[in-house]
Design a protein around this ligand. Sequence first.
Ligand code: ZN
Ligand code: ZN
Length: 165
Amino acid sequence: MDTSPTSSVDGGCGCRRVRYRMSGRPLFVHCCHCRWCQRETGTAFALNAMIEADRVQLLSGEVEVIDTPSESGKGQRIARCPTCRIAVWSNYAGAGEAVRFVRVGTLDEPDRFPPEVHIFTASKQPWVVLPPATPAVAEYYKASELWPAESLARRAALQAKAASR
Ligand SMILES: [Zn+2]
Ligand SMILES: [Zn+2]
């Protein structure tokens, strides 16, 4: 993974109307094996780079936000290209609008952001073999146990900002 805090990477949808820039390192990268993500992507898992919303900048086009059910029951809001309907990021109820879950596969350089944790492995498709060096949990985990200190500090800053509103 690229650890440079100043690096940015661009991404976008399939028809290229929506283009965006993600600035800096994600807070953490989730590979989610829940059944909801499997259904929604039509594949075996979803790969999401969590990052502060203000570090994701639309370069062109606009997104259409669609309320979608999620594993937690609280739903997620998925931002899609209005033309090709590809999902570029989503917001979950837990972290709210302040944190975007960028779909790693829509980045121009997706190889830079491998999973840092595998979640909901209880419903993992059995043919998916996880690398032993990456943490994996049956359901969810505590950020304080796995996130690097820099990401925890950034999360604390977000929470302080939310509390002061
Ligand atoms: Zn598109
Ligand atoms: Zn999921």
